[in-house]
Write a protein that binds this ligand. Structure first.
Ligand code: 5GP
Length: 188
């Protein structure tokens, strides 16, 4: 997606060969118009996949997932990274290792919001090692859904997540696949 790649080149910053900072339009401040364009692109790429629900992981997946759900006119469900006192019943959890926090957390889904037989499109901001995506997939499948696609706004294609997901049989679409990064260098 050319518009997104240009924005990453203009406003993103490779902090190292592993970490890309895009907090001015995706992770902290959010460019809603750009997220809408991402939603339109996901909707176009997954138009033939029979999707019935969008799922995402809080918090940075929410903006692109919500826009995709809006464009596709589908419900959206958020998987949480922490459990509040009001989220007790009907939850399932899976330990996921956080790329950015370098520590595990319990990914949590309320199964009530998944209908068995749902064909889910799982959207997230980044795909790196695939930990978050595999954790989300495990919960969605445990709840009775089929994961019909995984959409990443940005995938660092030199890290193993995308290939591992594809090798496991999942369809993955990345709007901006990054081929190589070094401090101050971003290549698609
Ligand atoms: P994974 O679970 O695939 O290893 O990493 C994906 C998750 O880690 C995403 O949900 C995202 O929040 C975070 N993440 C991974 N790599 C980056 C990165 O380079 N920059 C930012 N801002 N977040 C990242």
């Amino acid at each position: 997606m050319e518009m997104l790649k240009q924005r990453i080149l203009q406003d993103g910053r490779a902090l190292s060969d592993q970490v890309l900072l895009v907090d001015s339009f995706l992770n902290h401040q959010v460019d809603v118009a750009l997220m809408k364009a991402c939603g339109e692109e996901f909707a176009r790429r997954f138009a033939d996949a029979g999707i019935t629900r969008i799922a995402t992981i809080e918090s940075s997946g929410i903006a692109p997932a919500a826009m995709t759900a809006l464009v596709m006119d589908l419900p959206m469900v958020i998987m949480k990274k922490s459990v509040s006192s009001i989220l007790k019943d009907g939850i399932i959890q899976r330990e996921v290792f956080s790329f950015t926090k370098n520590a595990p957390y319990l990914l949590t889904l309320k199964t009530h919001f998944i209908t068995p037989g749902d064909r889910v499109l799982l959207i997230d901001d980044f795909l790196a090692n695939g930990e978050a995506a595999f954790g989300g997939i495990a919960l969605l499948e445990q709840a009775g859904a089929t994961v019909a696609g995984v959409g990443a706004v940005i995938a660092k294609a030199f890290q193993p997540g995308m290939e591992k997901l594809r090798a496991a049989g999942y369809r993955v679409e990345a709007l901006a696949p990054v081929k190589h990064m070094a401090e101050g260098v971003i290549e698609f």
